[in-house]
Design a protein around this ligand. Structure first.
Ligand SMILES: N=c1c2ncn([C@@H]3O[C@H](COP(=O)(O)OP(=O)(O)OP(=O)(O)O)[C@@H](O)[C@H]3O)c2ncn1[C@@H]1O[C@H](COP(=O)(O)O)[C@@H](O)[C@H]1O
Length: 109
């Protein structure tokens, strides 16, 4: 799996102290949590609409694009609150371990 989340998280962290006139991420931090949540909500709605379109048309490019926007703005939200992708990945990892799926898969190999 790519390390893009880690690299992006480092950039987002650095943008907390950047000039809001020069950086989109810094401008979101400067506007505050409500603006960031508004963007997460917008991108969520756009993702749902793109998923319905993808089902109808069989074309998934817009869905991938909107999902990237949603993930990106979710990462900005986490960063604003002192969290990062590692926190979410650790939670997913914990749930995966709990499910025992990995162990079951290795038994059938
Ligand atoms: N991955 C992204 C990324 N994805 C989406 N966006 C921006 O998110 C916005 C999407 O919101 P909309 O589609 O609603 O566009 P908009 O109407 O311009 O937005 P608003 O005026 O409503 O806020 C656009 O301005 C996109 O440019 C991103 N902006 C930045 N990044 C990454 O963040 C890094 C830092 O960005 P800067 O802070 O701009 O340097 C970059 O190097 C990129 O890697």
């Amino acid at each position: 799996m790519s390390d893009v989340l880690e690299r992006l998280a480092r950039v987002l962290e650095a943008r907390k102290n950047a000039d809001p006139e020069k950086s989109y991420v810094a401008s979101l931090h400067a506007k505050g949590l409500n603006k960031i949540l508004e963007k997460v909500g917008e991108e969520c709605t756009e993702t749902l609409l793109a998923a319905k379109d993808a089902e109808r048309s069989g074309e998934s490019r817009d869905l991938v694009y909107e999902t990237a926007d949603l993930w990106f703005h979710s990462l900005v939200m986490l960063s604003h609150l002192g969290l990062g992708p590692d926190d979410v990945l650790a939670e997913l990892d914990r749930r995966f371990d709990l499910s025992g799926l990995e162990e079951k898969a290795s038994r059938t190999r």
